[in-house]
Write a protein that binds this ligand. Sequence first.
Ligand SMILES: *Cc1c(COP(=O)(O)O)cnc(C)c1O
Length: 406
Amino acid sequence: MIKRKKRVSLLTEPRINLSLPHMSGTEMEYIEAAFEMNWIAPLGPNVDRFEQEMAERVGVKDAVALSSGTAAIHLALCLMNVTRGDTVFCSTLTFVASANPILYQGAEPVFIDSEPDSWNMSPQALKRAMEDAVLRGKLPKAVIVVHLYGQSSQMDAIVQICNAYEVPIIEDAAESLGTTYKNKASGTFGKYGIYSFNGNKIITTSGGGMLISNDVESIQRARFLATQARDQARHYQHSEIGFNYRMSNIVAGIGRSQLRVLEERVAARRQVFDRYERLLGDLPGIQFMQELKNTRSNRWLTTFTVSPEATDTTADEVLRTLEEANIEARPVWKPLHLQPLFYDATYYPHQENLHVAEQLFQTGICLPSGSNLMEEQQFRVITCIRKAFKRSLPNGSFFIIGKREV
Ligand SMILES: *Cc1c(COP(=O)(O)O)cnc(C)c1O
Protein backbone atom coordinates (compact mmCIF):
# COMPACT_ATOMS: atom_id res chain seq x y z
CA MET A 1 0.00 0.00 0.00
CA ILE A 2 1.26 3.42 -0.90
CA LYS A 3 1.07 5.91 1.88
CA ARG A 4 0.22 9.38 0.65
CA LYS A 5 1.93 12.34 2.18
CA LYS A 6 -0.56 13.87 4.55
CA ARG A 7 -1.63 17.41 3.82
CA VAL A 8 -1.72 18.67 7.39
CA SER A 9 -2.19 22.28 6.36
CA LEU A 10 -5.72 21.51 5.17
CA LEU A 11 -7.00 21.33 8.70
CA THR A 12 -4.80 23.82 10.45
CA GLU A 13 -6.57 26.98 9.31
CA PRO A 14 -10.30 27.67 9.19
CA ARG A 15 -11.92 27.72 5.75
CA ILE A 16 -12.19 31.00 3.87
CA ASN A 17 -15.07 30.95 1.40
CA LEU A 18 -15.54 32.59 -1.96
CA SER A 19 -18.74 34.47 -1.11
CA LEU A 20 -21.01 33.79 1.85
CA PRO A 21 -24.46 35.16 2.68
CA HIS A 22 -24.25 38.40 4.66
CA MET A 23 -27.37 39.20 6.64
CA SER A 24 -28.28 42.78 7.50
CA GLY A 25 -29.78 41.98 10.90
CA THR A 26 -33.31 43.20 10.11
CA GLU A 27 -34.43 40.13 8.14
CA MET A 28 -36.25 38.65 11.14
CA GLU A 29 -38.47 41.71 11.49
CA TYR A 30 -39.90 41.12 8.03
CA ILE A 31 -40.19 37.39 8.58
CA GLU A 32 -41.90 37.86 11.95
CA ALA A 33 -44.37 40.32 10.46
CA ALA A 34 -45.28 37.68 7.89
CA PHE A 35 -45.70 35.08 10.64
CA GLU A 36 -47.87 37.40 12.70
CA MET A 37 -50.24 37.84 9.78
CA ASN A 38 -49.94 34.11 9.02
CA TRP A 39 -48.81 35.13 5.55
CA ILE A 40 -46.70 32.03 5.03
CA ALA A 41 -48.29 31.07 1.74
CA PRO A 42 -46.61 32.08 -1.47
CA LEU A 43 -47.37 35.65 -2.46
CA GLY A 44 -48.41 38.28 0.07
CA PRO A 45 -47.44 41.82 1.03
CA ASN A 46 -43.67 41.19 1.24
CA VAL A 47 -43.67 39.91 -2.35
CA ASP A 48 -45.60 42.93 -3.63
CA ARG A 49 -43.41 45.38 -1.75
CA PHE A 50 -40.18 43.63 -2.73
CA GLU A 51 -41.20 43.87 -6.39
CA GLN A 52 -42.03 47.58 -6.07
CA GLU A 53 -38.85 48.31 -4.13
CA MET A 54 -36.67 46.50 -6.67
CA ALA A 55 -38.33 48.26 -9.62
CA GLU A 56 -37.77 51.60 -7.90
CA ARG A 57 -34.20 50.79 -6.95
CA VAL A 58 -33.10 49.97 -10.50
CA GLY A 59 -35.47 52.44 -12.17
CA VAL A 60 -37.91 50.33 -14.19
CA LYS A 61 -41.68 50.20 -14.34
CA ASP A 62 -42.29 46.68 -13.08
CA ALA A 63 -40.70 43.58 -11.59
CA VAL A 64 -41.81 40.07 -10.71
CA ALA A 65 -40.25 38.12 -7.82
CA LEU A 66 -39.46 34.50 -8.69
CA SER A 67 -37.99 31.34 -7.22
CA SER A 68 -34.63 31.81 -9.00
CA GLY A 69 -32.67 33.81 -11.53
CA THR A 70 -32.81 30.81 -13.84
CA ALA A 71 -36.62 30.90 -13.71
CA ALA A 72 -36.45 34.60 -14.61
CA ILE A 73 -34.39 33.86 -17.75
CA HIS A 74 -36.75 31.04 -18.66
CA LEU A 75 -39.82 33.28 -18.34
CA ALA A 76 -38.16 36.01 -20.41
CA LEU A 77 -37.67 33.48 -23.22
CA CYS A 78 -41.30 32.34 -22.86
CA LEU A 79 -42.48 35.95 -23.11
CA MET A 80 -40.56 36.25 -26.38
CA ASN A 81 -42.16 33.06 -27.66
CA VAL A 82 -38.81 31.33 -28.07
CA THR A 83 -39.53 27.81 -29.22
CA ARG A 84 -38.18 24.76 -31.06
CA GLY A 85 -36.25 25.75 -34.16
CA ASP A 86 -35.38 29.23 -32.86
CA THR A 87 -31.87 30.38 -32.08
CA VAL A 88 -30.82 32.53 -29.12
CA PHE A 89 -27.42 34.22 -28.85
CA CYS A 90 -25.74 34.04 -25.44
CA SER A 91 -22.41 35.06 -23.89
CA THR A 92 -20.13 32.03 -23.77
CA LEU A 93 -18.20 33.01 -20.65
CA THR A 94 -20.83 32.44 -17.98
CA PHE A 95 -22.54 30.06 -15.62
CA VAL A 96 -24.61 27.33 -17.28
CA ALA A 97 -27.83 28.84 -15.88
CA SER A 98 -27.60 31.64 -18.47
CA ALA A 99 -28.13 29.16 -21.31
CA ASN A 100 -30.05 26.21 -19.83
CA PRO A 101 -33.43 27.93 -20.33
CA ILE A 102 -32.68 28.08 -24.09
CA LEU A 103 -32.64 24.29 -24.00
CA TYR A 104 -35.81 24.16 -21.85
CA GLN A 105 -37.56 25.82 -24.81
CA GLY A 106 -36.03 23.41 -27.31
CA ALA A 107 -34.22 26.31 -28.98
CA GLU A 108 -30.61 26.40 -30.13
CA PRO A 109 -27.98 28.49 -28.34
CA VAL A 110 -25.28 30.29 -30.34
CA PHE A 111 -22.37 31.39 -28.17
CA ILE A 112 -20.61 34.74 -28.42
CA ASP A 113 -17.05 35.20 -27.18
CA SER A 114 -15.83 37.81 -24.69
CA GLU A 115 -13.77 40.90 -25.47
CA PRO A 116 -10.64 41.67 -23.45
CA ASP A 117 -11.68 44.93 -21.74
CA SER A 118 -14.84 43.84 -19.94
CA TRP A 119 -14.46 40.03 -20.26
CA ASN A 120 -18.09 40.20 -21.41
CA MET A 121 -19.81 39.80 -24.79
CA SER A 122 -17.67 40.95 -27.71
CA PRO A 123 -19.60 43.42 -29.89
CA GLN A 124 -17.32 42.43 -32.77
CA ALA A 125 -18.24 38.76 -32.48
CA LEU A 126 -21.90 39.63 -31.97
CA LYS A 127 -21.89 41.68 -35.16
CA ARG A 128 -20.36 38.83 -37.18
CA ALA A 129 -22.91 36.41 -35.74
CA MET A 130 -25.76 38.76 -36.75
CA GLU A 131 -24.36 39.16 -40.28
CA ASP A 132 -24.18 35.37 -40.60
CA ALA A 133 -27.72 35.02 -39.29
CA VAL A 134 -28.95 37.42 -41.95
CA LEU A 135 -27.18 35.40 -44.66
CA ARG A 136 -28.84 32.25 -43.34
CA GLY A 137 -32.18 34.04 -43.28
CA LYS A 138 -32.77 33.42 -39.58
CA LEU A 139 -32.13 36.07 -36.95
CA PRO A 140 -32.00 35.02 -33.29
CA LYS A 141 -35.16 35.51 -31.23
CA ALA A 142 -33.13 37.09 -28.41
CA VAL A 143 -29.61 37.92 -27.21
CA ILE A 144 -28.71 37.01 -23.62
CA VAL A 145 -25.98 39.39 -22.46
CA VAL A 146 -24.25 38.44 -19.20
CA HIS A 147 -22.52 40.93 -16.88
CA LEU A 148 -19.85 38.85 -15.19
CA TYR A 149 -18.51 39.31 -11.69
CA GLY A 150 -20.27 42.69 -11.46
CA GLN A 151 -18.72 44.13 -14.61
CA SER A 152 -21.16 45.64 -17.11
CA SER A 153 -20.86 44.62 -20.75
CA GLN A 154 -20.22 47.27 -23.43
CA MET A 155 -23.90 48.14 -23.53
CA ASP A 156 -23.78 51.06 -26.00
CA ALA A 157 -22.23 48.89 -28.71
CA ILE A 158 -24.36 45.84 -27.94
CA VAL A 159 -27.65 47.77 -27.83
CA GLN A 160 -26.75 49.48 -31.09
CA ILE A 161 -26.10 46.17 -32.88
CA CYS A 162 -29.24 44.51 -31.50
CA ASN A 163 -31.38 47.53 -32.39
CA ALA A 164 -30.02 47.52 -35.92
CA TYR A 165 -31.26 43.94 -36.35
CA GLU A 166 -34.32 44.47 -34.17
CA VAL A 167 -33.40 41.62 -31.85
CA PRO A 168 -34.45 42.08 -28.19
CA ILE A 169 -31.96 41.78 -25.34
CA ILE A 170 -32.24 39.85 -22.08
CA GLU A 171 -29.66 41.06 -19.59
CA ASP A 172 -28.43 38.37 -17.23
CA ALA A 173 -27.54 40.72 -14.37
CA ALA A 174 -27.51 37.91 -11.79
CA GLU A 175 -24.01 39.03 -10.76
CA SER A 176 -24.32 42.76 -11.37
CA LEU A 177 -27.11 44.06 -9.13
CA GLY A 178 -25.88 47.44 -7.85
CA THR A 179 -23.61 48.03 -10.86
CA THR A 180 -24.15 51.07 -13.06
CA TYR A 181 -23.31 51.79 -16.69
CA LYS A 182 -23.34 55.54 -17.41
CA ASN A 183 -25.20 56.02 -14.12
CA LYS A 184 -28.01 53.66 -15.16
CA ALA A 185 -28.57 50.37 -13.35
CA SER A 186 -27.11 47.25 -14.92
CA GLY A 187 -29.97 45.06 -16.09
CA THR A 188 -32.15 47.92 -17.37
CA PHE A 189 -30.79 48.31 -20.92
CA GLY A 190 -32.57 45.41 -22.59
CA LYS A 191 -36.17 44.44 -23.06
CA TYR A 192 -35.81 42.30 -19.92
CA GLY A 193 -33.34 42.12 -17.08
CA ILE A 194 -32.90 39.37 -14.52
CA TYR A 195 -31.32 39.30 -11.05
CA SER A 196 -30.51 36.41 -8.74
CA PHE A 197 -30.69 36.24 -4.94
CA ASN A 198 -28.90 32.92 -4.66
CA GLY A 199 -26.80 32.41 -1.51
CA ASN A 200 -23.52 33.59 -3.02
CA LYS A 201 -24.81 36.71 -4.80
CA ILE A 202 -24.32 40.30 -3.62
CA ILE A 203 -27.63 40.19 -1.76
CA THR A 204 -29.47 36.97 -1.05
CA THR A 205 -32.87 35.66 -0.04
CA SER A 206 -31.38 32.15 0.35
CA GLY A 207 -32.67 31.55 -3.17
CA GLY A 208 -34.71 33.62 -5.55
CA GLY A 209 -34.71 35.84 -8.59
CA MET A 210 -36.37 38.82 -10.23
CA LEU A 211 -37.48 39.59 -13.76
CA ILE A 212 -37.69 43.30 -14.58
CA SER A 213 -38.91 45.34 -17.54
CA ASN A 214 -40.46 48.64 -18.55
CA ASP A 215 -43.14 46.64 -20.34
CA VAL A 216 -45.74 46.36 -17.58
CA GLU A 217 -48.03 44.10 -19.60
CA SER A 218 -45.26 41.56 -20.16
CA ILE A 219 -44.42 41.47 -16.48
CA GLN A 220 -48.07 40.88 -15.70
CA ARG A 221 -48.03 38.00 -18.14
CA ALA A 222 -44.86 36.67 -16.45
CA ARG A 223 -46.75 36.67 -13.11
CA PHE A 224 -49.51 34.67 -14.78
CA LEU A 225 -47.10 32.13 -16.31
CA ALA A 226 -45.22 31.82 -13.01
CA THR A 227 -48.45 30.94 -11.17
CA GLN A 228 -49.39 27.84 -13.22
CA ALA A 229 -51.00 29.99 -15.97
CA ARG A 230 -54.36 29.85 -14.33
CA ASP A 231 -57.13 31.45 -16.38
CA GLN A 232 -59.79 33.64 -14.75
CA ALA A 233 -62.59 31.28 -13.74
CA ARG A 234 -64.08 29.91 -10.55
CA HIS A 235 -62.83 26.42 -11.31
CA TYR A 236 -59.25 25.60 -12.27
CA GLN A 237 -59.01 26.46 -15.95
CA HIS A 238 -55.80 26.30 -18.00
CA SER A 239 -55.17 27.05 -21.67
CA GLU A 240 -51.36 27.10 -21.77
CA ILE A 241 -48.29 25.74 -20.05
CA GLY A 242 -47.50 27.42 -16.76
CA PHE A 243 -44.85 27.10 -14.07
CA ASN A 244 -44.61 27.23 -10.30
CA TYR A 245 -41.99 29.98 -10.19
CA ARG A 246 -43.22 32.56 -7.68
CA MET A 247 -41.23 33.67 -4.66
CA SER A 248 -42.71 33.00 -1.22
CA ASN A 249 -43.75 35.79 1.13
CA ILE A 250 -41.17 34.69 3.75
CA VAL A 251 -38.30 34.73 1.26
CA ALA A 252 -39.40 38.13 -0.07
CA GLY A 253 -39.13 39.48 3.49
CA ILE A 254 -35.44 38.56 3.53
CA GLY A 255 -35.08 40.27 0.16
CA ARG A 256 -36.60 43.54 1.36
CA SER A 257 -34.21 43.69 4.26
CA GLN A 258 -31.24 42.83 2.03
CA LEU A 259 -32.15 45.43 -0.57
CA ARG A 260 -31.85 48.14 2.07
CA VAL A 261 -28.14 47.37 2.52
CA LEU A 262 -27.27 46.84 -1.16
CA GLU A 263 -25.20 50.00 -1.40
CA GLU A 264 -23.17 49.03 1.69
CA ARG A 265 -22.56 45.61 0.19
CA VAL A 266 -21.28 47.17 -3.02
CA ALA A 267 -18.98 49.47 -1.03
CA ALA A 268 -17.63 46.54 0.99
CA ARG A 269 -16.91 44.42 -2.08
CA ARG A 270 -15.23 47.35 -3.80
CA GLN A 271 -13.03 47.76 -0.74
CA VAL A 272 -12.11 44.07 -0.89
CA PHE A 273 -11.13 44.54 -4.54
CA ASP A 274 -9.03 47.66 -3.77
CA ARG A 275 -7.10 45.85 -1.06
CA TYR A 276 -6.30 42.91 -3.34
CA GLU A 277 -5.20 45.22 -6.12
CA ARG A 278 -3.04 47.28 -3.82
CA LEU A 279 -1.28 44.32 -2.20
CA LEU A 280 -0.98 41.98 -5.19
CA GLY A 281 -0.77 44.40 -8.11
CA ASP A 282 3.05 44.32 -8.15
CA LEU A 283 3.24 40.57 -8.81
CA PRO A 284 4.62 39.72 -12.26
CA GLY A 285 1.97 38.77 -14.81
CA ILE A 286 -1.03 39.65 -12.63
CA GLN A 287 -3.79 41.61 -14.34
CA PHE A 288 -6.93 42.46 -12.39
CA MET A 289 -10.26 42.76 -14.19
CA GLN A 290 -10.40 46.44 -15.03
CA GLU A 291 -13.44 48.60 -14.48
CA LEU A 292 -14.98 49.58 -17.79
CA LYS A 293 -14.99 53.34 -18.48
CA ASN A 294 -18.18 55.12 -17.37
CA THR A 295 -19.23 52.22 -15.16
CA ARG A 296 -19.22 51.45 -11.48
CA SER A 297 -18.91 47.73 -10.80
CA ASN A 298 -20.35 46.07 -7.71
CA ARG A 299 -17.11 44.01 -7.73
CA TRP A 300 -19.10 40.91 -6.86
CA LEU A 301 -15.96 38.78 -7.15
CA THR A 302 -12.39 40.03 -7.44
CA THR A 303 -10.81 38.32 -10.42
CA PHE A 304 -7.40 38.44 -12.06
CA THR A 305 -5.42 36.64 -14.72
CA VAL A 306 -1.90 35.27 -14.53
CA SER A 307 -0.06 35.83 -17.81
CA PRO A 308 2.04 32.79 -18.75
CA GLU A 309 4.50 35.03 -20.62
CA ALA A 310 5.35 37.17 -17.59
CA THR A 311 5.89 34.54 -14.89
CA ASP A 312 6.44 30.80 -14.46
CA THR A 313 3.71 30.69 -11.82
CA THR A 314 0.43 29.52 -13.33
CA ALA A 315 -3.18 30.17 -12.38
CA ASP A 316 -3.45 26.46 -11.69
CA GLU A 317 -0.59 26.62 -9.22
CA VAL A 318 -2.08 29.63 -7.44
CA LEU A 319 -5.40 27.78 -7.12
CA ARG A 320 -3.62 24.73 -5.73
CA THR A 321 -1.69 26.78 -3.18
CA LEU A 322 -4.91 28.44 -2.03
CA GLU A 323 -6.73 25.10 -1.76
CA GLU A 324 -3.91 23.69 0.36
CA ALA A 325 -4.33 26.65 2.72
CA ASN A 326 -8.06 25.88 2.97
CA ILE A 327 -9.02 28.94 0.94
CA GLU A 328 -11.84 28.65 -1.59
CA ALA A 329 -10.89 30.22 -4.92
CA ARG A 330 -12.19 29.28 -8.36
CA PRO A 331 -11.12 29.37 -11.95
CA VAL A 332 -13.07 31.78 -14.12
CA TRP A 333 -16.22 30.21 -15.66
CA LYS A 334 -15.53 27.50 -18.20
CA PRO A 335 -16.89 28.85 -21.52
CA LEU A 336 -20.18 27.21 -22.43
CA HIS A 337 -19.06 26.34 -25.97
CA LEU A 338 -16.46 24.06 -24.32
CA GLN A 339 -19.03 22.31 -22.14
CA PRO A 340 -20.00 18.75 -23.11
CA LEU A 341 -23.65 19.84 -22.78
CA PHE A 342 -23.21 22.26 -25.70
CA TYR A 343 -20.69 20.28 -27.78
CA ASP A 344 -22.55 20.93 -31.06
CA ALA A 345 -23.37 24.61 -30.54
CA THR A 346 -22.15 27.32 -32.89
CA TYR A 347 -19.67 29.77 -31.39
CA TYR A 348 -18.23 33.11 -32.59
CA PRO A 349 -14.74 34.01 -31.32
CA HIS A 350 -13.74 37.64 -30.69
CA GLN A 351 -11.43 37.46 -33.69
CA GLU A 352 -10.64 34.60 -35.99
CA ASN A 353 -7.53 33.70 -34.02
CA LEU A 354 -8.35 35.29 -30.71
CA HIS A 355 -10.48 33.26 -28.32
CA VAL A 356 -10.78 35.57 -25.33
CA ALA A 357 -13.06 33.49 -23.08
CA GLU A 358 -10.85 30.43 -23.50
CA GLN A 359 -7.79 32.45 -22.49
CA LEU A 360 -9.61 33.87 -19.48
CA PHE A 361 -10.64 30.37 -18.44
CA GLN A 362 -7.06 29.18 -18.62
CA THR A 363 -5.51 32.11 -16.78
CA GLY A 364 -8.23 33.58 -14.58
CA ILE A 365 -8.89 33.22 -10.86
CA CYS A 366 -11.79 34.36 -8.63
CA LEU A 367 -10.81 35.23 -5.09
CA PRO A 368 -12.77 35.17 -1.83
CA SER A 369 -14.68 38.47 -2.06
CA GLY A 370 -17.60 38.37 0.37
CA SER A 371 -18.80 41.66 1.83
CA ASN A 372 -18.34 39.96 5.23
CA LEU A 373 -14.79 38.80 4.48
CA MET A 374 -12.68 40.00 7.39
CA GLU A 375 -9.48 41.93 6.91
CA GLU A 376 -7.41 39.22 8.61
CA GLN A 377 -8.91 36.60 6.33
CA GLN A 378 -8.08 38.69 3.30
CA PHE A 379 -4.49 39.12 4.50
CA ARG A 380 -4.25 35.34 4.73
CA VAL A 381 -5.38 35.04 1.10
CA ILE A 382 -2.93 37.72 -0.03
CA THR A 383 -0.01 36.17 1.83
CA CYS A 384 -0.83 32.80 0.33
CA ILE A 385 -0.91 34.16 -3.22
CA ARG A 386 2.40 35.98 -2.72
CA LYS A 387 3.84 32.66 -1.54
CA ALA A 388 2.70 31.03 -4.79
CA PHE A 389 4.62 33.72 -6.69
CA LYS A 390 7.69 33.56 -4.48
CA ARG A 391 10.02 31.93 -6.96
CA SER A 392 9.05 34.43 -9.66
CA LEU A 393 9.80 37.37 -7.41
CA PRO A 394 13.07 39.27 -7.09
CA ASN A 395 14.75 38.66 -3.71
CA GLY A 396 13.21 40.52 -0.84
CA SER A 397 9.90 41.45 -2.40
CA PHE A 398 8.02 38.63 -0.71
CA PHE A 399 6.28 39.86 2.42
CA ILE A 400 3.74 38.66 4.90
CA ILE A 401 1.02 41.07 5.83
CA GLY A 402 0.27 41.60 9.47
CA LYS A 403 -2.84 42.75 11.23
CA ARG A 404 -2.49 46.45 10.48
CA GLU A 405 -4.73 48.29 8.05
CA VAL A 406 -2.72 48.63 4.83
C1 LIG B 1 -26.29 32.84 -10.30
C2 LIG B 1 -26.39 33.04 -11.73
C3 LIG B 1 -27.55 32.68 -12.44
C4 LIG B 1 -28.67 31.88 -11.86
O1 LIG B 1 -29.29 32.39 -10.78
P1 LIG B 1 -30.09 31.40 -9.79
O2 LIG B 1 -30.85 32.32 -8.92
O3 LIG B 1 -29.06 30.61 -9.05
O4 LIG B 1 -30.97 30.53 -10.62
C5 LIG B 1 -27.61 33.00 -13.78
N1 LIG B 1 -26.61 33.60 -14.41
C6 LIG B 1 -25.48 33.96 -13.78
C7 LIG B 1 -24.42 34.66 -14.54
C8 LIG B 1 -25.32 33.66 -12.42
O5 LIG B 1 -24.17 33.97 -11.81
